[in-house]
Write a protein that binds this ligand. Structure first.
Ligand code: SAH
Length: 635
C-alpha cells in the first residue's frame, strides 16, 4: 500500500513537472533525432520537458545496444511521417540541420495562429533556434526552455524579442484574455518598426504595462496624434473596417459575468440567441465573458450546461439565500414567491462580479418558435477571470552565480508569468528573464508581503516563481509561502506548488574550502528575530557538545553583534582553540571572500550578514587553503 502510494505520487509529480515547465506547450512535445549524437543531445528533454524522443530507423539500429535511452522509432522517412505528427503535436524540437528542417516543414506551414512551435538544436547542443510559431505557437518560449535545459544559447529572431517587448499577439495570455479581431500582423509590424502604438485599455490587468523597457513604443494617452497603430483592451466589441492603413487590434479581458435565469427546459438555442442579442445591443464582446451565474436549482439546466460547455465558460450557481439580499434595479415579487429570491439574473451577475452596479439590466427573451424563456443581465468585474489554475514555483537560486542554479530552477523562472523576490537576487538572475514577464522586487524585510503577493497572483491564475537565495526551504521563502497557504485554508492542490531545491550557503561555503562537512553537521541561524536567543544558545551548546561540524547562518548584523562572540565562547568550552573555522563571504558572487582561521580567532575578524561561518569538529584539519573533516577511512 505504501509503495503504491509513493509510486502514484512520483507519477503525479512528473506530470506536474511537465505542466509547469512547458507552460502552454503542456502536451504533445516531440524531439526528433536522425543521428546518434542528436539522440543523446535531445534525450534529457524527455525527462525535463516531457518530450517524446523519436528517432530514425537507422539511428535506432545504431542505438540498439544502449538501454539507457528511451525512444520511439518512426517508420520510413521523416518527410512521410511528419505530416501525421504535425497535426497532433504542439511543439517540435529537431536535432537536424536548419535547412533540412525548413524543407521538411515548408509544405506543412499554414498560419502563425495555428502552426506548432518549431525549434532546431544543432548536434553539439550549442544553439537552440526558434524557427516558427514563435509567439502564438510558443516556439520562442520553448527555445528558451530547451536552451536552459541543454546549456545552449537561445536564438530568437522575432523583433519583439530583440526589443525586449512582449509580443502583442500573446500579451493577454497570462491573464486569460481572448484575442479579438484586428490586423495583428499590421500592429506587430508597427511595433517592430518602433512606430508609436496607442493602447487604450479600460479593462483587465495593467501589470503588463509596469515592466516595459524605457524605450517601448506604447502610448497610453487617449488623444494621440503620433500613433500609427492602436491596441484596444476592453470588453467592448469594436468593428474594424478592412479599409485604411491604420492597423488596430482588440484584446478582451474576461470581465463580464452574465447572470441568467430561465424557465425549466429552455432550449439551448434560445439561451444563446438571447445572449447574442444582449451582447450586440450593448456592443459587448463575447470574448469578454468570464462565465454564467445563476440560481443553484438551475445548475443542472441542460440548455445552460450545453452553452457553457460549448463556449468553455464556468457555470456558477448561487443559492437563493445568497441572492435574495442583493439590491437590484428590477426585483420581481412573482420570482421571489417561486424561487425564494426576487432576482436571479441581476443578483447573480452582481454577486459573481463582486460589484454593486450592472452594465446591462435584466432583459427578457423568448423565442417565437422554441421552448422556454430567458432573463439576462451583465455585470463587469474589476478583475478578469483567468480560467487558469495558478502555480507557485518556490525556487532556490543557489548562492548567486547562475551556473550554480539547477536547470530545473532556471526553467521555472523563465517559464513564470511573474517572478518575485528580494531585489538583489532578482538582479543576479536577470539573464533568465523573458520579455513581458512581471517582475516584483521587495526589500529584504518584507518576507510576509512577498509571500502574500505570490499567493494572491497564483490564486488569480498566474504561474509565479518565488525566488530565494540558496535553497528556498532553508531559511528561505518556501516555508513562509506554505505556512501562509495553510493559514488561508489551502486544499493542497490549488494553487499548485512545486519546490525547486538550490545549493544552500553551507554547501557553497563548504565547496569553496574543500570538504569540511564530511561528517555529521548542523546549521544554526543566529538571527533572533523569529527565534528567542535562549533557544539559539541551547542549540549552539548541543551542537558543540555533540561534535557536529556547525554552519552558522545570519552570523552578525549591524545591530546584532553579540551572538557570534557568544557562539565562540560556547564552542571554546567543548573544542580546542585551534579548531579550524572558515568564514565564507558572498560565495560564488563577484565579491567572494574566504578566510581560514581558528576557533580562538574567528569572532574578532570581519563577519557580516553575507557570511557563512563553518566551525570544524574535533577531527577537522586544514591543508594549505583547504579544510578537511575526515570521514574515517584512514585511521
Ligand atoms: N536560503 C538561504 C539562506 C538564507 S539566510 C540558503 O539556503 O543559503 C541568509 C544567510 O545565508 C546569510 O546571512 C549568510 O549567512 C548565508 N548566505 C547566503 N548566501 C550566501 C553566500 N553566497 N555566501 C555566504 N553565505 C551566504
Amino acid at each position: 500500500m505504501i509503495i503504491l502510494q509513493s509510486l502514484q505520487g512520483a507519477g503525479k509529480r512528473r506530470e506536474e513537472k511537465t505542466m509547469v515547465q512547458s507552460g502552454n506547450l503542456q502536451v504533445g512535445l516531440v524531439a526528433i533525432a536522425t543521428t546518434v549524437r542528436s539522440a543523446y543531445r535531445l534525450f534529457p528533454l524527455t525527462e525535463s520537458l516531457g518530450a517524446k524522443l523519436l528517432v530514425s530507423p537507422s539511428c535506432a539500429q545504431a542505438l540498439s545496444g544502449d538501454n539507457s535511452l528511451v525512444y520511439e522509432v518512426y517508420p520510413d522517412s521523416l518527410s512521410e511521417t511528419l505530416p501525421t505528427l504535425w497535426s497532433n503535436h504542439q511543439g517540435f524540437i529537431f536535432g537536424l540541420a536548419l535547412g533540412a528542417v525548413v524543407r521538411l516543414i515548408a509544405p506543412l506551414l499554414n498560419h502563425k495562429s495555428t502552426d506548432p512551435a518549431v525549434v532546431v538544436v544543432d548536434e553539439n547542443g550549442n544553439h537552440a533556434i526558434s524557427v516558427c510559431g514563435g509567439h502564438q505557437g510558443g516556439a520562442d518560449r520553448l527555445t528558451r526552455l530547451v536552451a536552459t535545459q541543454l546549456g545552449a544559447v537561445p536564438i530568437v529572431t522575432g523583433a519583439c524579442d530583440s526589443l525586449n517587448l512582449p509580443a502583442i499577439d500573446t500579451l493577454g495570455l497570462p491573464f486569460g484574455w481572448k484575442r479579438g479581431s484586428g490586423n495583428w500582423t499590421g500592429v506587430s509590424a508597427a511595433i517592430a518598426q518602433q512606430h508609436s502604438v496607442q493602447v487604450i485599455q479600460d479593462a483587465g490587468s495593467t501589470l503588463w504595462q509596469q515592466h516595459l523597457p524605457p524605450d517601448h513604443p506604447f502610448e497610453f494617452e487617449l488623444d494621440s496624434s503620433t500613433a500609427q497603430a492602436r491596441v484596444w483592451i476592453s470588453a467592448t466589441q469594436r468593428q474594424f473596417t478592412a479599409k485604411g492603413t491604420f492597423p488596430k487590434v482588440q484584446w478582451h479581458p474576461r470581465v463580464l459575468w452574465v447572470g441568467m435565469g430561465c424557465e425549466r427546459g429552455t432550449d439551448e438555442q434560445v439561451i444563446s440567441q438571447a445572449l447574442e442579442q444582449v451582447l450586440a445591443a450593448a456592443h459587448l464582446a463575447e470574448g469578454a465573458i468570464a462565465g454564467i451565474a445563476t440560481l443553484d436549482r438551475k445548475a443542472d439546466e441542460p440548455g445552460l450546461l450545453a452553452l457553457c460547455q460549448a463556449k468553455g465558460w464556468p457555470l456558477i450557481p448561487f443559492p437563493s439565500q445568497a441572492l435574495k439580499g442583493v439590491s437590484v434595479p428590477n426585483p420581481s415579487v412573482v420570482v421571489a414567491e417561486t424561487v425564494g429570491t426576487p432576482s436571479v439574473a441581476e443578483a447573480a451577475a452582481l454577486t459573481a462580479a463582486g460589484v454593486l452596479e450592472l452594465l446591462v439590466t435584466k432583459q427578457i427573451y423568448r423565442s417565437p418558435d422554441l421552448a422556454g424563456a430567458v432573463t439576462v443581465a451583465i455585470a463587469q468585474s474589476p478583475q478578469e477571470y483567468t480560467a487558469r489554475t495558478g502555480q507557485l514555483s518556490l525556487v532556490g537560486m543557489g548562492p548567486g552565480e547562475l551556473q550554480q542554479m539547477t536547470p530545473a530552477a532556471q526553467t521555472a523562472v523563465t517559464q513564470a508569468d511573474a517572478v518575485l523576490g528580494y531585489g538583489l537576487y532578482l538582479d543576479l538572475i536577470a539573464p533568465l528573464r523573458r520579455p513581458g514577464q512581471i517582475i516584483e522586487s521587495f526589500p529584504i524585510t518584507q518576507e510576509r508581503q512577498r509571500a502574500e503577493r505570490a499567493i494572491e497572483l497564483a490564486q488569480w491564475g498566474l504561474t509565479v516563481a518565488m525566488v530565494s537565495s540558496g535553497d528556498c526551504g532553508i531559511y528561505g521563502m518556501a516555508g513562509l509561502v506554505l505556512e501562509e497557504l495553510q493559514n488561508q485554508g489551502w486544499d493542497g492542490q490549488i494553487p499548485g506548488v512545486q519546490v525547486f531545491p538550490g545549493i544552500t550557503a553551507l554547501q557553497a561555503a563548504a565547496a569553496r574550502v574543500g570538504a569540511p562537512l564530511m561528517h555529521d553537521f548542523c546549521a544554526i541561524s543566529l538571527s533572533d528575530l523569529l527565534t528567542p536567543w535562549p533557544v539559539i544558545e541551547k542549540r549552539l551548546v548541543a551542537a558543540a557538545q555533540g561534535d557536529f561540524v556547525t554552519a552558522i547562518y545570519n552570523p552578525k548584523s549591524q545591530k546584532r553583534t553579540e551572538g557570534i562572540r557568544r557562539s565562540q565562547e560556547i564552542f571554546l568550552q567543548y573544542r580546542h582553540p585551534q579548531t579550524p573555522v572558515a568564514l565564507v563571504r558572498c560565495a560564488y558572487r563577484q565579491n567572494e571572500e574566504i578566510t581560514l582561521t581558528t576557533l580562538e580567532d574567528f569572532a574578532q575578524l570581519e563577519i557580516d550578514m553575507l557570511t557563512t561561518v563553518l566551525i570544524g569538529n574535533p577531527t577537522t584539519r586544514t591543508q594549505g587553503q583547504w579544510m578537511i573533516t575526515p570521514r574515517g577511512y584512514f585511521p
